[in-house]
Design a protein around this ligand. Sequence first.
Ligand SMILES: NC(=O)C1=CN([C@@H]2O[C@H](COP(=O)(O)OP(=O)(O)OC[C@H]3O[C@@H](n4cnc5c(N)ncnc54)[C@H](OP(=O)(O)O)[C@@H]3O)[C@@H](O)[C@H]2O)C=CC1
Ligand SMILES: C[C@H]1O[C@H](OP(=O)(O)OP(=O)(O)OC[C@H]2O[C@@H](n3cnc4c(=O)[nH]c(N)nc43)[C@H](O)[C@@H]2O)[C@@H](O)[C@@H](O)C1=O
Length: 361
Amino acid sequence: MQKDSKIFVAGHRGLVGSAITRKLQMDGFTNLILKGREELDLRDQAAVEDFFMKERPEFVFLAAAKVGGIMANNTYRADFIYENLQIQNNIIHSSYKSGVRKLLFLGSSCIYPREAPQPMKEDSLLTSPLEYTNEPYAIAKIAGIKMCESYNIQYGTDYIAVMPTNLYGPNDNYNLENSHVLPALIRKMHLGKLIMEGNMAGVREDLHKRPIGSVDLSVNDAQLHAQFERFGIYTQSAEVEIKLWGSGTPLREFLHSDDLAEAVLFVMNNISFADIVKERGLKEIRNTHLNIGSGVDLPIAELAKKVKEIVGFKGQISWDSSKPDGTYRKLMDVGGLAALGWKARITLDDGIRMVYNQYCS
Ligand SMILES: NC(=O)C1=CN([C@@H]2O[C@H](COP(=O)(O)OP(=O)(O)OC[C@H]3O[C@@H](n4cnc5c(N)ncnc54)[C@H](OP(=O)(O)O)[C@@H]3O)[C@@H](O)[C@H]2O)C=CC1
Ligand SMILES: C[C@H]1O[C@H](OP(=O)(O)OP(=O)(O)OC[C@H]2O[C@@H](n3cnc4c(=O)[nH]c(N)nc43)[C@H](O)[C@@H]2O)[C@@H](O)[C@@H](O)C1=O
């Protein structure tokens, strides 16, 4: 990419899209196309085609998607498969038709089988059944990988699919109804801390700043407390109890979105589809996607301890076995990208401190 190349970041307000946009701007890229959902609904095929034909971006970062934590994936199964297939089909096909020079598609570690050998290598794809709770989302992401690969093979395009591990960072989704685990833990423990300090003004301020649709703020403090129970925050005694989901035993790997953005730009600038095929010596061209992760995982119960300490929550943590655990372990094998020259830099402890400071500011 040249500093004045025309670059479209799809999903630029999200966790990943905003990190990519920040990094592009910091690195001096000046010709970015950024369109909000209200201007361009990426599910709309005609509108997307029209946009690509008019704007003719040279490079595309496909970071727009329907995204959410384990419960959102499991509940809104139709939305997750439909919206993701629609967005990625529209963008990838329009990129081909309008002559985009290079495209980077964001998938996810959930594309791998539930029982994949650990750490998970790129060639574990489609070797056994997927995790049930996010199967529709994973199928859409696998279709995205195959779209990129197939267009590259048939039409000679240069579309690369990257599969990040669980991410966190600025502009994360802190809505307790559909968030991922790390932002959920930060928010639950922050609210728990404020309640234990008797700081109900702080609690109300938090909910004004980041509204949760189902929480009614027009009620008194006792009624507000009662509404928190649906998020597992119990306030009957002086010591607040937070019930987290599942057993706490599943392991997860986390990567800060600034690290991800660095990796994504590294790939866009330095690696082509042809390089991947050559480097892997592929006879049949498949599994050409690239894992992106930190290479380190930890049990959710340990993550909860870290967040508890950093936030300064002094109450109790317990576990709600009626909520799903999901995949037991999904550690990425990050050897492929390391061999090509990229490694994560932000440690989980530093990353959590950074995002908690941002959350409070
Ligand atoms: N978060 C994570 O832990 C992980 C994310 N990923 C992948 O990274 C990518 C980005 O995820 P993330 O940043 O977390 O998600 P976010 O939900 O934070 O951001 C998604 C972005 O997509 C936009 N978008 C969604 N639907 C449409 C639409 N119909 N039209 C236009 N824009 C739309 C949203 O716009 P608006 O702001 O208007 O809602 C938002 O800007 C996804 O492909 C995801 O699968 C992969 C692994 C882990
Ligand atoms: C990125 C990734 O994200 C999702 O997969 P996931 O990793 O299972 O998602 P998660 O972050 O929601 O949970 C991780 C673990 O944490 C536990 N957990 C405890 N307490 C809370 C809690 O309060 N909220 C949430 N969300 N989880 C909790 C939870 O039970 C699980 O064991 C998919 O969308 C998938 O498709 C995908 O790509």
